[in-house]
Ligand binder design. Structure first.
Ligand code: ZN
Length: 424
């Protein structure tokens, strides 16, 4: 930890830059970087990195480059506009440890706009919160990574280890953006990801899997509905059976999730089917997101899902002879538990204590984050640590600005101690 005087100066330097940090968070939030449309926001990040003297690497993800790597998730969408951006600080003579400051630029869809109190891509500040889609998840975090370095720059301090500021795509659906950073060779002694973890350390995360169930029925005129087989209604028992599997897994428990009543969530999140109101529907497709415990094998989870669906289908007179098809694209993500007792975690706890005046709390997340790539596939302790944010993936998403300020201070202190400071 920096001494008391330096600590004070670093905290003040973050305060001095905080208006700029908030303004940059708003600027990023204003760009609707939905999946497939991240490029303009990535341009903004690349420019911000270049302005700070970082060496910018901006590249398009190629599925062929990453598809054989562990952690890859299959995709059904085009990567024609999937750009990653990394800004590197490399001191002339690296004497300190290296660090990755990672964040994702992609945001999830808004849902019906009339449910928002104000337009989701017109960020506004009210009552100490900044509102907007992506404000918390996680444009504030991306801004914090840069603002922490800005604060050191303001004091004339240069990190004495390599620092890689990463802005990746695809976090919300596959994680292939973070995987592409590994494939490109980026490594460090630790990684911090300021996802909105509520001023706490995300020390564990569930695995996440997406799949699609395609059901066929037999079309008929509704006047003779009994001759048909309704593909939409045939999905109901399948969904019910999957929820039974969900409860079965929740009953199994996992030590990292002992504090959660219901860590495993299966969510029927999309459904489409049918063509005409007066025809018995001949097709239906539903999408489900499921959670997995960190020690569950993905192939085994897929087997259990397939068995569950096929057993439920066998009870249906039509589906028994026309079994549903299961397709996997999107997340095939293993769970991750941060290794206990790392120097990185101890230092983060120290810095957090210095800023917040209380101990760093740990939490086990029932969602996933890119931390798994660094931790599982590169042996890099990856710490999810970011601000308080409410209603992410919902209406009126917002981030607590005071929390953002303090998280930024913690990161700035961490960088100084972890990387050291280069001699002028
Ligand atoms: Zn996120």
């Amino acid at each position: 930890m920096p001494d008391a005087d330096l600590t004070k100066r670093i905290l003040k330097a973050v305060d001095d830059g905080f208006d700029d940090e908030v303004a940059f968070t708003a600027e990023l939030t204003r760009v609707p970087s939905l999946r497939g449309r991240e490029a303009p926001a990535q341009d903004l990040m690349a420019r911000a990195m270049r302005d700070r003297g970082l060496t910018v690497d901006r590249w398009k993800i190629e599925v062929d480059d990453i598809k054989r790597l562990p952690g890859f998730s299959p995709v059904a969408v085009s990567y024609d506009d999937a750009w990653n951006v990394v800004g590197a600080h490399r001191p002339k003579r690296a004497t300190g440890k290296s660090l990755i400051l990672n964040g994702h630029i992609d945001v999830v869809p808004t849902g019906p706009l009339d449910m928002w109190s104000s337009p989701p891509f017109e960020p506004r500040v009210s009552g100490g919160w900044m509102y907007g889609r992506g404000a918390g998840d996680m444009k504030a975090g991306l801004a914090a990574n840069l603002a922490a370095l800005d604060a050191l720059g303001r004091l004339g301090l240069e990190p004495a280890g390599d620092v890689y500021v990463q802005s990746v795509v695809e976090e919300e659906c596959t994680g292939n953006g973070a995987l592409a950073c590994l494939q490109r060779g980026y490594r460090a002694d630790a990684a911090i990801i300021p996802e909105p973890s509520g001023d706490r350390l995300g020390a564990a995360q569930v695995g996440v899997m997406w799949f699609q169930v395609k059901v066929r029925g037999r079309p008929a005129h509704v006047a003779y509905a009994g001759r048909g087989a309704n593909a939409i209604e045939a999905c109901f028992p399948l969904v019910k059976a999957l929820h039974e599997l969900e409860e079965h897994w929740n009953a199994e428990k996992h030590p990292a999730f002992a504090g959660h009543d219901h860590p495993i969530n299966f969510v029927l999140s999309k459904i489409v089917g049918g063509d005409w109101t007066s025809s018995v529907p001949s097709w239906c497709t539903f999408d489900m997101r499921i959670g997995l415990y960190p020690d569950m094998d993905l192939a085994d989870a897929r087997r259990q899902v397939e068995q569950c669906v096929s057993e439920a289908a066998r009870k249906d007179p039509f589906l028994g002879n026309s079994p549903p098809e299961i397709v996997y694209h999107g997340f095939q993500a293993e769970g991750y538990v941060l290794q206990e007792g790392t120097a990185a975690e101890a230092l983060l706890a120290h810095c957090h204590q210095a800023v917040f005046g209380k101990a760093l709390e740990k939490r086990a997340g029932t969602g996933t984050a890119d931390a798994r790539f660094f931790g599982l596939y590169a042996g890099i302790p990856a710490m999810v640590y970011g601000p308080i944010s409410n209603d992410i993936h919902a209406y009126d998403e917002r981030v607590d600005l005071e929390s953002l300020r303090r998280v930024t201070q913690t990161i700035a202190l961490f960088v100084v101690d972890w990387c050291g400071v280069a001699a002028p």
